[in-house]
Write a protein that binds this ligand. Sequence first.
Ligand code: ADP
Ligand code: MG
Length: 403
Amino acid sequence: MARRLEDNLHHDNSPSVRTTMSDDRTIVDAFSRLTGHAPDGLWRAPGRVNLIGEHTDYNDGFVLPFAIPQAATVAAAPRADGRWRVRSLDLAETGEVGPDQLVPLTHGWQSYVFGVLWALRHDGFLPGGVDLVLSSDVPIGAGLSSSAAIECAVLAACADLFGLDIAPLRRAQLARLAENEYVGAPTGLMDQAASTLCVAGHALLLDCRSCESRQVSLDLDRAGLHVLVIDTKTKHSHVSGEYAARRASCDKACEILGVAALRDVTDLGVLSALPPLEARRVRHVVTENARVLQTVDALDRHDFDTVGALMTASHASMRDDYEITEPSVDLAVETALRHGAVGARMTGGGFGGCVLALVPDDRMAGLDRAVTEAFQAAGYATPETFDAVPSAGAHRVESLRLW
Ligand code: ADP
Ligand code: MG
């Protein structure tokens, strides 16, 4: 299982691998076996989906993620010798480093853990040694941010264990620093902000320029709706090249238009000054930013029909202007819309991954079945689905009866 999990990560069309999270008791027991004593506590931080606002983050724009029930859980306790050790129950692997061995880009999956310790030291916090045992049920590489879940759970654990006074936004920024500098993945702030700041029952409006955020009520129960996540289990290996190409197009457009970031463009009249390719890319970013803000307005009014229409428009924009969808995600969106979804869109960077469908209670089972059948008929792998209940951000698990 451990081997398969890592092997599957980098192949064309490989299914995303759902880690099966050990329950809290198992994590505590594994910690005791590793260290010979009980942990001081358990900390949990979730994965996320982005309701709307795709490829807007690096254009200084807006995103609207919410935390999902799937999360990384860590058991942790300080250790006296100043060394850091982590075990992933999902990978059945353990790594250990001393303070002079925190070297960026050298630790594989353990970078997501050691990177957090490195980032804390970067900010002048000097956490002492710590033992960590982790397990996560956030599927890896499905665009649900299994990486931020681990970083933010580890950060929450260290902050509590060592009494570090770090504001929530700074926690998210430090977790991002770990991912950017220590892991070496050039991501924006969204994943770590969602995993740290989200509140159950809410989405998080994040302004990627100012880093200001606002909780937006996402009362799906009251509306009789669900956000169904359809993991298409497709992900192509050319994603990072395509991502770089989209960023380059945005940079080129900014240069031509004389703006610092596409966030500063609100008038589509400027498109005529751009070559056709850049014009399409810019149209996506400008309209997507507007759709995020319109979605927030609609949520404030509990107007879910409008939210659904904006999601579907977002998908069309990603498909036609940003050109980041692919046939299986288009099929999932079309099938969901034909079977009662109020709106549907791909979520995440693109070229596979997950689709979100806003679905009335009484249409859930039928829609789920219809998507599975459509995928079967098209010869695609069976998609996995789950109900994305807007969940809490990073927190200490209050279950003291465990030990
Ligand atoms: P995602 O979209 O899921 O965040 P990333 O490529 O950003 O995808 O992060 C996935 C990486 O995070 C994995 O390759 C692995 O190194 C690390 N990771 C995620 N979950 C676990 C886990 N349960 N145990 C160990 N490492 C994990
Ligand atoms: Mg990630």
